[in-house]
Design a protein around this ligand. Structure first.
Ligand SMILES: *Cc1c(COP(=O)(O)O)cnc(C)c1O
Length: 383
């Protein structure tokens, strides 16, 4: 494998403070650009100068550009996008506002993200298991028949999973759901800024995610995009703003009523800018380099020091997971790597409790990573 778009790597690295070591942890939290850091600080200063709510009004055109940029990546308009605090908040809020009857059923794959399963359970939803192939991807041949016989109230798909480098065929799932008349919700927390997420035009009704991972925005900010057909059915519950309780909400598009009135506005601006930087870098170029980095990392790391790659080797994502050799502890290895300046994640089975049997070491480079970076990790794992 060769890595495409070295210029992108250089530009991405030059736009940031130098890393103290080897950062291979995008799936947890990426490195923000200096411009994003400055924009966040500048808005905070502006709040101190002219007043928080005055500064917010002044920032509204930029916030709207941010909603438009996120919407554009998702196949939605600015009006369909709400800024929220995190992906977790987005899902909880969406489910709380969705008038699903008692005993409603949500369908998900066995590898669904653990906290999402918890959100389904807390909302009183019954879980149905989507048919999957050997790698845990939705089985597209079986899906139409399964939807017709099971008739779930909604389907939920995590487009790229956090615990394993697996890309779900979300567009194809979208057309099957559309044909079956079943709403589809997508978790794109690991997908936006990483793989193609133009999915709200292709059968998905809502998509949500987070700023700090592949988009490299600030922490503590997320987004929720809802197509008008579903947004119009939602019944806002606090902290979302219903027009009955909060007259100013009447002027907002239905999706934006889901935004908390009080917010880290500077962080939202940072996300808006990060989404703009992603668009300027060229999403297709970013995807191509990340896919190549994932494949390269798997080829380079599989078998090193007895660690084995869990993901399908060719999966076009830069989430790479390794299972430890017998007698080696993932958490201890992660800590040892950190002492060498190499940042990775130890991912425990709680991330996908219906699929994982033990912890894995997760490696997730962004576009600035080089072969040398991966070789540093390989050498450290071999030692
Ligand atoms: C990180 C992650 C989330 C949660 O995002 P937060 O912004 O931390 O709430 C949800 N789903 C997946 C697949 C994730 O990787």
């Amino acid at each position: 494998v060769t890595l495409p778009h070295d210029d992108l790597a250089v530009a991405w690295r030059d736009a940031r403070l130098p890393t103290a070591g080897v950062h291979l942890d995008t799936a947890a939290c990426s490195r923000q650009s200096t411009r994003v850091l400055d924009a966040v600080a500048q808005h905070a200063r502006h709040e101190a100068e002219i007043g928080g709510y005055v500064a917010q009004v002044a920032a509204e055109p930029l916030l709207r550009q941010g909603r438009a940029a996120l919407g554009g990546l998702l196949g939605a308009t600015a009006d369909d996008v709400a800024f929220v605090e995190s992906a977790t908040v987005a899902l909880t809020l969406l489910l709380a506002c969705w008038p699903l009857g008692a005993g409603a059923t949500v369908a998900a794959v066995p590898g669904e993200w653990g906290p999402n399963l918890a959100a389904f359970a807390d909302r009183g939803l019954t879980l149905a298991t989507l048919p999957v192939d050997g790698a845990g991807r939705v089985d597209l041949e079986a899906l139409p028949g399964w939807l017709a016989s099971t008739r779930p109230d909604l389907v939920h798909v995590t487009v790229v999973s956090s615990h394993r480098g697996v890309l779900q065929p979300a567009a194809e799932v979208g057309s099957a759901c559309e044909q079956a008349g079943v709403p589809l919700v997508l978790d794109v927390a690991q997908a936006l800024g990483h793989v193609d997420c133009d999915l709200l035009t292709r059968g998905a009704d809502a998509a949500y995610g987070t700023s700090r991972k592949w988009l490299a925005g600030p922490r503590g900010v997320g987004f929720l995009a809802v197509r008008p057909g579903l947004a119009g059915q939602l019944v806002p519950v606090a902290p979302a703003a219903s027009p009955e309780r909060w007259p100013a909400a009447a002027g907002l598009p239905p999706a934006q009523r889901l935004e908390s009135a009080e917010a880290h506005v500077a962080g939202r601006l940072g996300l808006a800018l990060a989404a703009g930087e992603h668009l300027a870098a060229g999403p297709e170029r970013v995807r191509a380099r990340l896919a190549a980095l994932g494949r390269m990392a798997r080829g380079l790391l599989d078998g090193v020091g007895g660690w084995s790659v869990v993901d399908p080797p060719q999966e076009p994502v830069a989430v790479v997971t390794l299972a430890p050799p017998a007698g080696v502890t993932v958490a201890e290895t992660r800590a040892r790597l950190l002492t060498l300046g190499v940042v990775t994640t130890a991912a425990g089975p709680e991330r996908a409790p219906r699929e994982m049997t033990g912890p894995v070491l997760r490696v997730s480079p962004h576009v600035d990573a080089t072969v040398d970076d991966l070789e540093v990790l390989a050498a450290a794992l071999a030692a």
